[in-house]
Design a protein around this ligand. Sequence first.
Ligand code: HEC
Length: 480
Amino acid sequence: MRPSELAPSVRTLAVALAAFVLPALSVSAQAIRTGAVAERYTQLCASCHGPELQGGSAPSMLDDVWVAGGDDESIARSIRNGFPEKGMPAWSAALPEKDIRAMVIFMREKRAQAQREKTQFVKPAESVTVQSELHNYRLDTWVGGLTEPFSLAFLPGNRALVTEKRGRLYLIENGKRNETPIKGVPEVDIDGQAGLFDVVPHPDFARNGWIYFAYSDPQMHEGKPVSLTRIIRGKLREGALVDQETIFQGPLQYYRPDGGVHYGGRIAFDKAGFLFFTIGERGDGRNSQDLARPTGKVHRVFDDGRIPDDNPFAKQSGVDRTIWSYGHRNPQGLAFHPVTGQLFNAEHGPRGGDELNLVQPGRNYGWPVITYGMNYDGSAMTDLTAKDGMEQPLTYWVPSLAVCGINFYTGDLFPKWKNHLFLASLAAEELRRIEIQDGKVVKQETLFKSLGRIRYVTGGPDGAIYVLLPNRVARLAPAP
Ligand code: HEC
């Protein structure tokens, strides 16, 4: 036998030994972190359940047949206790609870992958009729020539504004994008996930002309470049953004190194005219639980930035009094239900664990204490998915879709979609339609997939649905 043939088996033996022996000897954090979940599956489970979970001497974990229940908790129990009389070892001694949780997430990922390979998702070509469950539609490019558009806002008089992540703002008139970007937009940090984010007109825009923006604001702090999501408003005049005012800016000490991750950056007005906006936790979950910091929060202010007296933490000292809810990770979707007025947010979880939340004042949404996800490298994060005093999501996605913008449909062109929630996703490249009844998600449909990362979806004044793809705005209209 040549050494090259020998090596893998020696290596396999070494990792197998490490996996069995280390956790048994000491359940130190170090030992738990070694080996991603896929490796652990290969070492411990693949011999019986098959390398791709397809089954072998033990059942497949890709089908819908479960001997002891197919919900997350039942699967965790099967792994924990095993079925010793049938040859399935109990893993509770070898695997800490959070590793068992990571294994459940891994099994969900594999199952979703297997289903994806079996399912034909629609990838609409231009002007081709697509059948979906409730409506047939056609997708066409409305405005092309864009680079990573982040948000779209319709204005009266057949006009619209579109932001690009790289810091440009364009006016669209009668379906045509102006060649030159609007001048006077503030300087924006565009490294990493930073950028120019939301654009939202004041509910009374026709009278007052205010337009609101969220962007990552570059500053210097202690000699280093830092940035954080900032909210401003301004007015359009002769191709420029003028009369700018800051609506919210966090204290400089809570800015984080520029570039990096998790800015949030969505804005929404409620019917009473209060302004809500999101700031992500900038890559450190501890920020989400710290009420002194603006990071990892949904905020609420008056349209001019003043802090309402009845904000949940308005009367406490040492806190950020604009906070409306906390324990968020990276909320990039924010929308009010057109009928109930309830506030919903969509936020990126870690690997597994994207969430849709019903956002209520003063509530804690749990990040990073509870989550349905694990670390990106497949190491476990926690087995805690629920805890007293922390809110459960309305629904969560394992595997993650990388959820971005959300909006409820209120137009008339697609009557059966009225008041349904539309959700954009980045990694999964899906446009989802979600039905919510009595505060519960009762139905989800993937309308299409694989046209690229989607940052935003919104209804237009014409009743069509506008979707922000990587280099264009596409328009969904009923098929004739
Ligand atoms: C030595 C063989 C063997 C190994 C190794 C093994 N299993 Fe099993 N497993 C079984 C058998 C056999 C069953 C079916 C028990 C039954 O039919 O009641 C089973 C059942 C299960 C079930 C329940 C399936 C269902 O349909 O409800 C889960 C979940 C599971 N195993 C996960 C794992 C995981 C995760 C690992 C690795 C950490 C693992 N198993 C390792 C043999 C094994």
